[in-house]
Design a protein around this ligand. Structure first.
Ligand code: ATP
Ligand code: MG
Length: 455
């Protein structure tokens, strides 16, 4: 196929027939963020490379193998964001958002870029939704953010997804664990991949999430971090579990979870499923109390999670969860003759201003074909304006599913009459759009009531 019409490997198009699914899950995510008091942050697609080296970590797969890094014409090293936490933390510091008062709670929804082996559930451009809290050290903050992720899955009706929880301790208790890992892996050095051999000195915990089969096998028997965490971390972890228990959030403790990025401390978690094949981690997150300081800020406890939207949609598919379609045409207007066409066009503009989704023919179809088309796009109502309707000043509006009709005047009372007669049928699903609609029609309804009172 001609390269001009072929997408780049590892990227996907979200087609018009599927975009409503994305909008639906995004709306649920934004709603959950809002009720938890998280505000949206939008950061650039690219950042200075050093930001990711420093925050994601030099010894991680992401930094060592997966980043899209290039020099600009001005000679700056730039990287397409592989994840959202680093950019949000950078913005938090750059704009001193902490001055607005702590905690600061933000959410993001963005594209990420990782040069990985493209396969189902693993792309080179993919989408994440994430939530981050800055300035909260309490275990309630961990539980709050885990509950929020859990609620998103619940709101979406997902059943085959479960929470795995672990604590990887703080800087203070990490030392002993790192030594134990070094000792263990040194005994198996000849079976480790090249990257992991180099990790042995720098950051042996990274060996635990290497994807290489031989490394994975050795890692199975490695010492587990929960045996090494200090009393403080252990108490924090117990509290997180208690808050989750109190909220009836189910989880299993999985001492093997260490997460793929360097900045995590204490609580780490993943939401996993076995319904979509090998790439079964839908959401990952945890506490990263050292990151803000690492980037030059005051010591600031922080935590967050990111979920992959592609994988989430795959789970929904696997669970046969249907997402409401968003065919929104309230009214299809066909017209016969030049004057009627003119009237249909101007009326359409007026209807759209009142948020009534209206369609007219713009490709030159005949009347029969137009009616077929109105059916195809699931228009709730249709009408045909002919010369005689223009003369009589009245038009018949037809309910496309029942076949019932009502008359409406072809003057400035048209919209009022239309909305009153179709109130129960036209779309009220999309709150943002419908607020406008409700406002515009509540005027009519109130004037109606007042009219009654005056009589
Ligand atoms: P994995 O172990 O599958 O590579 P990860 O630990 O690298 O995942 P994170 O950095 O924690 O992933 O990103 C959070 C979420 O983003 C993942 O749980 C997953 O849902 C999604 N994700 C990560 N990488 C990809 C990718 N290449 N394609 C699609 N989704 C991804
Ligand atoms: Mg990865």
């Amino acid at each position: 196929m001609d390269i001009l019409t072929k997408k780049v490997k590892g990227t996907e198009d979200i087609l018009p027939k599927d975009s409503h699914k994305w909008q639906f899950v995004e709306r649920i995510m934004h709603e959950e963020a809002a009720v938890n008091g998280f505000k949206e942050i939008r950061t650039p697609v690219f950042e200075h490379t050093v930001l990711f080296n420093r925050s994601v970590g030099e010894a991680t797969d992401v930094v060592q193998k997966e980043m899209y890094t290039f020099d600009t014409k001005g000679g700056e090293s730039i990287t397409l964001r592989p994840e959202g936490t680093a950019g949000a933390a950078r913005a938090y510091l750059e704009h001193a958002i902490y001055n607005d008062g702590l905690p600061v709670k933000v959410f993001y929804q963005l594209t990420c870029y990782r040069y990985e082996k493209a396969q189902a559930g693993r792309q080179r451009e993919f989408h994440q939704f994430g939530m981050e809290t800055y300035g909260a050290s309490d275990a309630k903050a961990d539980a709050e953010i885990i509950c929020a992720a859990n609620n998103i899955f619940e709101r979406l009706g997902l059943e085959n997804i479960h929470l795995e929880l672990n604590s990887i301790g703080c800087k203070n208790c990490r030392g002993n664990y790192t030594s134990a890992l070094k000792e263990y892996f040194s005994d198996h050095i000849s079976d480790l991949c090249e990257t992991c051999v180099s990790r042995l000195e720098r950051n042996p915990m990274r060996i635990l999430d290497c994807k290489n089969e031989s490394c994975k096998k050795i890692a199975e028997e490695a010492p587990v971090v929960l045996d090494f965490i200090c009393d403080d971390c252990s108490e924090h972890f117990s509290k997180v579990k208690s808050f989750l228990n109190a909220s009836e959030v189910k989880y299993t403790v999985n001492p093997k979870i260490v997460r793929g990025l360097d900045y995590y401390t204490k609580t780490v978690f993943e939401f996993v499923t076995d319904t979509i094949g090998a790439q079964g981690t839908v959401c990952g997150g945890g506490r990263y109390d050292g990151l803000i300081e690492e980037l030059g800020g005051q010591p600031t406890p922080a935590l967050g999670f990111a979920m992959g939207i592609e994988r989430l949609l795959m789970v929904m598919d696997a669970e046969n969860i249907t997402i409401p379609d968003n065919d929104v045409t309230d009214l299809y207007i066909a017209a016969l003759g030049d004057d009627a066409e003119m009237k249909a066009f101007s009326l359409t503009q007026e209807l759209r201003k009142s948020s009534v989704a209206t369609e007219i023919d713009i490709v030159g179809r005949g009347l029969r074909a137009q009616m077929k088309y109105a059916n195809k796009i699931n228009a709730r109502f249709s009408m045909v304006i002919g010369e005689n309707d223009l003369e009589s000043g009245t038009v018949k509006v037809k309910n496309m599913s029942t076949g019932e009709c009502f008359d409406a005047p072809l003057d400035d009372k048209f919209i009022e009459t239309f909305v009153k007669n179709t109130f129960d049928t036209i779309r009220f699903g999309d709150s943002a759009i419908d607020e406008v609609l409700v406002k515009s029609i509540s005027g009519f309804l109130n004037s109606d009531k007042n009219g009654d009172n005056n009589e």
